[in-house]
Design a protein around this ligand. Sequence first.
Ligand SMILES: Nc1ncnc2c1ncn2[C@@H]1O[C@H](COP(=O)(O)OP(=O)(O)OP(=O)(O)O)[C@@H](O)[C@H]1O
Ligand SMILES: [Mg+2]
Length: 255
Amino acid sequence: MRKNLSVVRNALARPVKLIGQIEDISGLKEAQSAAFSRSLVAAQEAERKRIAHELHDEIGQSLTALKITLGRARKVVSEPSAQESLDHAQWIISSLMNEIRGIAHRLRPPELDQLGLTATLRTYLEKTLRAGDVKISFTSDVGDARFSPDIELCCFRVTQEAATNCLRHAAARRFEVELRLESERLCLTIRDDGAGFDLAAQKDSGSLGLIGMRERVKAVGGKLVINSCPRLGTEILARFPIRFFTGVPIAGASS
Ligand SMILES: Nc1ncnc2c1ncn2[C@@H]1O[C@H](COP(=O)(O)OP(=O)(O)OP(=O)(O)O)[C@@H](O)[C@H]1O
Ligand SMILES: [Mg+2]
């Protein structure tokens, strides 16, 4: 509430009445907090993108140059033990290049811009969960439709955190991701049949994954619901207003 009060005085400067206005500004506060979350998430993503480019362009290119230089040296040395050392050094550089490519990729998956949400999610889930015993199911009825980049990125990050949590905490047998269009909403539903947890007990745990999920979804104007119960698995529902669908703004969606 915002109060605006003023005292009315008589000719002798004595207060005779109080007039005022009380305004409900909870909507304004919510809008300010959403704008703050949005700018935090945008700044974090811009920083991730910058680091990803720097890793790729600066370090990646220097390592390539180093590998070529060692390759030249390898051709002119005749000593077998020196050749072996140079081969080993080249092998280390190749592994480093792969590591760096992986890190840059996780910071900002380039497929998201190139191939869109469905293809990126499918590839990500196959790669990430393939190693474990979890059975993955991914369904999407959005085909290769494109949404606004911040919503696509948000869906990707929410799925990424949910998959990581599933591997770290759930000991699940199944992990399901579903992407659906529902009237004017893009709906992302993620479920696992693992250990589940007590949501109320997580409130002050200091962990950032679930809080970050909420902030991200809120920042793009969406709604997030998490349902979980010990031994009954976990369900994450994220709903987004479709701001741009194949480049055309949909009427009635928030901006
Ligand atoms: N799918 C899940 N199954 C079982 N427990 C979960 C699941 N997701 C989250 N949890 C529980 O909720 C807690 C909070 O999750 P959250 O992602 O916020 O933090 P975290 O994964 O522990 O750490 P980080 O901040 O690195 O993400 C977890 O520590 C875990 O106990
Ligand atoms: Mg987590």
